[in-house]
Design a protein around this ligand. Structure first.
Ligand code: UDP
Ligand code: MG
Length: 322
């Protein structure tokens, strides 16, 4: 492969302190990639590792010409590291997978075959079996996906993580999204490209330990929910309206009780002031919430539509008309 040619496949791999697993990963990925018998590149994104990952990658690079190493200045997080890889990958297809061998590289061949044969833009890797993940992880993940479904009704297939193949058009569409904190497993399905799935068995992490502490998992959940749903904000608006109405009712009751004459001196004025101010504040917060919601949606700047087909230009991918 020359420097100028565009590979058919880019394999993007985020890595944060993966020195322990790197030699195993390379030894398993390389025969699979070479066996595809097509031009490929591996884009390893070193997400600001503080262990020997950078050195181990340089070592691999000396013997593996298709390996490209990109190093981020600081730890940006799993999703941001994948985003960096997507921005730099040049392939007609791009596969993203974890470095810890939980996503078996052999499935890449299957994903590529499906993409070529069915001319779909996205091939999701769906986990048929999550028994290799901890009980805690499975229980929290289940609760998370349930609430995402309920709140946002996303088009994301069940049990799909970040092991997926994307066409160039899909990658460009993802790269063009300026929004902050993209959670790709929800962003990609929301783009609405024609897709297929392949199932695989999620394996144990081959070496090292998880780079996803509870705090990072929580961050990912909050990013996902706030990115796809205004439900939490709407809830705040609703609370404001209900609280405001209750305060108003209390105010009216206080005045009524005063007129009927059976109240302690000073009670009415106190209640009228407190509930009056409360009602105004809560109602105003509710209104503010609605405007914040609109601002937020505008800041995300998601395209309102994607054209699948136009008879004037035809379509590079006939499947896109489905
Ligand atoms: N990762 C990363 N940056 C981070 C955390 C994780 O690039 O801040 C990478 C990590 O090296 C691995 C992938 O993201 O390739 C998934 O992480 P991990 O396997 O630790 O997560 P888990 O499978 O435990 O959820
Ligand atoms: Mg893992």
């Amino acid at each position: 492969m020359t420097a100028m040619s565009v590979p058919e496949l880019s394999i993007v791999v985020p890595m944060f302190n993966e020195e322990a697993v790197l030699p195993l990963f390379a030894a398993r990925l390389r025969p699979v990639a070479d066996g595809l018998e097509t031009a490929y590149e591996v884009v390893a994104v070193d997400d600001g590792s503080s262990d020997g990952t950078a050195i181990a990658l340089q070592k691999q690079r000396r013997v593996w010409p298709q390996l490209r190493v990109v190093r981020l200045r600081a730890n940006a997080g799993h999703q941001a590291a994948i985003s960096a890889g997507l921005a730099l990958a040049t392939g007609a297809y791009v596969v993203t997978l974890d470095a810890d061998l939980q996503d078996p590289p052999e499935v890449i061949a299957e994903m590529l075959a499906v993409a070529r044969a069915e001319s779909v833009d996205v091939v999701y890797g769906v986990r048929s079996d999550r028994s290799s993940d901890s009980r805690f992880k499975r229980v929290t993940a289940r609760a998370f996906y349930r609430s995402m479904d309920a709140m946002a009704g996303t088009a994301a297939p069940r049990d799909a993580g970040d092991y997926r193949l994307m066409s160039r058009a899909t990658v460009e569409a993802v790269n063009a999204l300026p929004e902050y904190g993209r959670v790709l497993r929800f962003v990609v399905p929301a783009l609405g490209f024609p897709s297929a799935s392949v199932t695989y068995r999620r394996e144990e992490r081959a070496a090292g330990s998880s780079k996803y502490p509870f705090t990072k998992m929580l961050r990912l959940s909050i990013d996902s929910m706030t990115a796809f749903s205004l439900a939490p904000l709407r809830f705040a608006t609703l609370l404001g309206l209900v609280g405001g109405a209750a305060s108003l009712a209390l105010l009216i009751f206080a005045l009524y009780a005063r007129v009927r004459g059976h109240v302690v001196a000073g009670w009415t004025s106190t209640v009228v002031v407190v509930s009056g101010v409360g009602a105004v504040q809560l109602l105003a917060l509710g209104i503010l919430g609605e405007y914040v919601g609109r601002l937020y949606a505008a800041a995300q700047a998601r395209p309102s539509y994607y054209v699948a087909y136009d008879s004037a230009t035809g379509s590079a991918n006939p499947a896109a008309t489905r």
